[in-house]
Design a protein around this ligand. Structure first.
Ligand code: PLP
Length: 396
């Protein structure tokens, strides 16, 4: 007998993927240049040359059996040491190599972490809008997803709603800053408030509530915005990181889990992470990718390219009369539907060959997400289409 739940998951591919596939069909019909595909969050800026050179160096200089062999289950110790040193130098965390568990990207980090903190029927709070896979990962860990809204004027958490949602069954809260799909960055004030609510709830219920900080966009920050890291505000924090976006190598599948050195049961949590990784078969993240990541601490793709894209797309979209909060990070712009219906907005945009993801996939109605990690030329070409779409709504 097959697992019905898995069949269902396999059948229902994400709306984002469907839109991307639709785009590919359209490209075949009318030509690549004519389709304005803003659907996927696949970095278009190439990985830095230094990363390419690291690959070459490793291939030429390392004995193959070592390079391609197993590392220990949580990752190679020299790699964990390099990452730990970098985190201490850059963010003053006070961590040790033994707080790190190397993974095959943020998706694996989240899956392992959720399974290690969640028991059957436990609740995991997510802020809407959120990365759609959270729900899949939470359910896989036996948990129940509890959605809490953000304030739509600035996309910071609605703390009154959070306070109502916290319960003796709350195992964890997931935050994602900079955020997919809004591009919002959690302010220091929000993090202080969040920590206050979680500490109070732990005390009141006599439970442990973990803050899972999903950070694949950590380095993608614009202008003068200062990133406040959740781990520096709340002790029971577990960080889920990946180099997918910062080094433009999402296909290489490399990231880590870091347990806060200030977590109340730091070592026990790490042991549970190891057990969870083992139970899922997520041991020994890709060896060569671990070494490449260790050799490129603090290196990023040319993030200035995204900053320029952000400026241009924001000016085009708001210049046409659409409403959007200016994103502080990541590479997404979240735009309000003039009709109040995100699906309708996305469908109408297709008439002008604009592929925009409707927000209901992210657990909120009434918006579309624009991924601006695309060629600058595509953004320039899209202006005419956005103007025609705006005229269709009577905005111009
Ligand atoms: N979390 C968020 C918010 C994301 O946007 C993504 C990917 O787009 C992931 C996690 C998964 O990242 P990875 O490719 O490193 O598994």
């Amino acid at each position: 007998m097959l697992n019905e739940k898995m069949i269902q998951l396999g059948e229902n591919s994400s709306v984002i993927r469907e839109l991307f596939e639709y785009g590919n069909r359209r490209k075949a019909e009318i030509g690549e240049e004519k389709v304005l595909d803003f659907s996927l969050g696949n970095p278009n800026v190439p990985a830095p040359d230094r990363v390419t050179r690291s690959f070459m160096h490793l291939l030429e200089e390392t004995e193959a059996s070592l390079l391609h062999g197993y590392t220990s289950a949580p990752g190679d110790m020299s790699v964990r040491k390099a990452v730990s040193e970098y985190m201490n130098e850059t963010y003053n965390i006070g961590c040790e190599p033994t707080d790190f568990y190397m993974t095959a990207g943020a998706a694996a980090s989240l899956t392992i972490t959720l399974r290690s903190v969640c028991r059957e029927g436990n609740q995991v709070i997510v802020f809407t809008p959120y990365f759609p896979e959270y729900k899949v990962f939470i359910e896989n860990a036996g948990g129940v997803t509890v959605e809490v809204p953000v304030r739509t004027e600035d996309f910071q958490p609605d703390f009154e709603a959070l306070s109502e949602a916290l319960s003796p069954d709350t195992a964890a809260v997931i935050v994602n800053s900079p955020n997919n799909p809004t591009g919002a960055v959690l302010t220091e004030e929000s993090l202080k408030q969040l920590a206050g609510y979680l500490e109070e709830a732990q005390e009141r219920f006599g439970t442990e509530i973990f803050l899972i900080s999903d950070e694949p966009y950590r380095e993608l920050i614009y202008d003068e915005v200062k990133l406040a890291l959740p781990v520096n505000y709340y002790n029971n924090t577990i960080v889920c990181y990946s180099w997918s976006k910062s080094l433009s190598m999402p296909g290489e599948r490399i990231g880590y889990i870091m347990v806060s050195p200030r977590a109340d049961r730091r070592r026990k949590i790490f042991t549970a992470i190891c057990g969870s990784g083992r139970s899922l078969g997520f041991v020994c993240a890709p060896s060569m990718m671990q070494y490449v990541a260790a050799m490129n601490q603090g290196v990023t793709s040319d993030l200035d390219e995204y900053a320029k894209n952000r400026q241009l797309i924001y000016e085009i979209v708001t210049g046409c009369g659409f409403e959007a909060v200016r994103p502080d990070g990541a590479f997404y712009l979240f735009v309000k539907s003039p009709s109040g219906d995100g699906k309708e907005f996305s469908e109408r945009a297709k008439k002008y060959e604009l592929l925009l993801v409707p927000s209901d996939s992210f657990g909120i109605e009434g918006y579309v997400r624009i991924s601006y990690c695309v060629a600058r030329k595509q953004i320039e070409r899209s202006e005419e289409a956005f103007r025609a779409l705006a005229a269709d709504y009577g905005l111009l």
